[in-house]
Design a protein around this ligand. Structure first.
Ligand code: PEP
Ligand code: MG
Length: 548
């Protein structure tokens, strides 16, 4: 009999297939067996580490960009001769192969963790190597993405970056996870690959492997053992959606021609080709953190200028909104000493960092102005984490001093939305960051899986803050964009357009779905959907009301 599970739909589309669980990390048995031949145990352990190294090397060769680099580095760690020596020492002391491998890697982990910073982040790679080697030595399946030899629905507690580096969208028809929220790694990855996904779905891990499930990433439902009719409906919806997306081209417009600019969120030069291929009308959020994090020195003005110019040139004259550095808190800068903060998300982050290190912003604005001159591009700058009108005024003034005439701010702190009229008076545009606006409105850490329902972008309280901001923009005759994850949900995009939002910025793979959803409705229909969603009491009711 079919059964419905409910979660959060984070990547639109629907698909059905047999559920297959992500391989879980092996557990060493509690009783340590006695060993007869320490030399043989050492050889087995080192051979397992070599096999893991070879596996990671092959995966790295098949992956692209940053994922390839991460996997290649991990493969080198697995085959490190010093690690093999440590393993041999432990085996000589009586530890069986699996224990020797696990304990040698644990001692390395300890060293990296106590070194802190970038090295501490590599600790997860060592865990991955240990899990894979121990699984091999215990004769268990390797943890990670399964390969059953047919298309399947990937089921997991949550997906980590290492799980997903080589995930093949032709094999994985949908994703369903027990944890994760709208801005989780699972959600972002699924959207990037165009795979329907439901996260924060209690009960999904109790579904036995091989059971057919139908995932609806728009409605946020998973039907366990669907009827033939339900499977057929999922397939039909999927085909219809694919046809609608393929037919949608050009600038964002409602059916009656009301323009809503469709822009791309870009995290570095490597994302630019996808933005252009997806017909983005420009970049609505260039996250410049990629230039600053994970390094020991501040990038020079010249380095910044060259990288910005590469991105601007790649966009071929389309508008590019560059967000100035959004570091601090959970994204510390190695080269900017900051004291530990008791509540980092409420601390010195984003534009607030300018109070401590004003030269950072000056160098960045200078580099941007020069890159704009080099390329003749339409560059607009935008500050993160602005709370009060005075901060917006100060930022716009700084941008102009550096020769950047168009300046805006993000609305991601509730105070800025509540006083949106006064904030927007100080700048040329605003862009709503719904990821942080949710976090601060609901006092719910955006990374905390159990709080994901509070972070649902359909929450009526969030919609009201967006409506207030859009109203302020309309009154001032200035653009109001949305660049948080909310913009990438096709039905929510319709609501946002109806609230008066003038541009939507999202990961490039989401553009086609949003473009198609807007093209199917008139502005009046978008406004009716918005009015209905605004007065709903719950996220589910808001979505149902918008569907009409
Ligand atoms: C946001 O907060 O919604 C946003 C777009 O910025 P980030 O996700 O980079 O914090
Ligand atoms: Mg933000």
């Amino acid at each position: 009999m079919s059964k419905d599970l409910h979660g959060l739909g984070v990547s639109a589309g629907s698909a059905a297939g047999p559920a297959v669980r992500l391989g879980t990390p092996p557990k060493l048995p509690e009783t340590v067996p006695a060993i007869a031949d320490p030399g043989a145990e050492a050889d087995r352990a080192v051979a397992a580490l070599d096999a893991v190294g070879e596996f990671l090397r092959r995966r790295g060769a098949a992956a692209a960009g940053q994922a390839a680099d991460v996997l290649a580095a991990e493969a080198m760690m697995a085959c490190d001769p010093a690690l093999a020596a440590k393993v041999r020492g432990l085996a000589a002391g009586g530890r069986p192969a699996a224990w020797a491998a696990s304990e040698a890697l644990a001692s390395y982990r300890e060293m990296l963790t106590s070194a802190g910073g970038y090295l501490a982040e590599r600790a997860a790679d060592l865990d991955d190597i240990a899990d894979r080697a121990v699984a091999l030595l215990l004769g268990e399946p390797m943890p990670g993405i399964p390969d059953p030899g047919h298309p399947f629905v990937l089921v997991a507690a949550e997906l980590a970056p290492a799980d997903t580096a080589t995930l093949d969208p032709a094999a994985v028809v949908a994703i369903a996870t027990e944890r994760g929220g709208p801005t989780s790694h699972t959600a972002i990855l699924a959207k990037t690959l165009g795979i329907p996904a439901v996260v924060c779905c209690p009960g999904i891990l109790t579904v036995p492997d091989g059971t057919v499930v139908a995932v609806d990433g728009s409605a946020g439902t998973v039907i366990v053992e669907p009827t033939a009719e339900q499977v057929e409906r999922a397939a039909r919806r999927h085909a219809e959606r694919a046809a609608r997306l393929a037919a949608a081209h050009g600038p964002g417009r409602t059916r009656d021609g009301h323009p809503v600019k469709l822009l791309a969120n870009v995290g570095g030069p490597a994302d630019v080709p996808a933005a252009v291929a997806a017909e983005a009308e420009g970049i609505g959020l260039l996250r410049t953190e990629f230039l600053f994090l994970d390094r020991h020195d501040e990038p020079s003005g010249e380095e910044q200028r060259a990288t910005y110019a590469e991105i601007l040139a790649g966009m071929g004259g389309r508008k590019v909104v560059v967000r100035t550095l959004d570091a601090g808190a959970d994204k510390p800068l190695a080269f900017a000493s900051q004291q530990a903060e008791p509540n980092p998300a409420l601390g010195i982050r984003g534009l607030r960092l300018d109070g401590l290190l004003p030269a950072l912003l000056d160098t960045q604005l200078d580099a941007l102005a020069l890159a704009a001159k080099d390329t003749g591009a339409d560059v607009q700058v935008m500050a993160p984490m602005v709370s009060v009108p005075a901060e917006a005024a100060a930022f716009a003034g700084r941008a102009r001093e550096h020769g950047l005439p168009v300046a805006g701010v993000m609305i991601e702190v509730p105070a800025a939305a509540l006083c949106a009229g006064q904030v927007i008076d100080q700048v040329d545009f605003v862009s709503i960051g719904t990821n942080d606006l949710s976090q601060y409105t609901f006092a719910a850490d955006r990374q905390a899986g159990p709080l994901a329902p509070l972070l649902d972008p359909w929450q009526p309280a969030l919609l009201r803050l967006i409506a207030m901001t859009a109203d302020a923009g309309r009154a001032a005759g200035k653009p109001v964009g949305v660049c948080g994850e909310a913009a990438s949900d096709p039905l929510l995009a319709v609501v946002l357009a109806g609230l008066g939002v003038t541009s939507l910025s999202m990961a490039p793979p989401s553009l086609a779905g949003v473009r198609a959803a807007l093209a199917e409705r008139t502005l009046a229909e978008c406004q009716a959907a918005a009015a209905a969603a605004l007065t709903a009491a719950t996220p589910a009711a808001a979505r149902a009301a918008a569907e009409g």
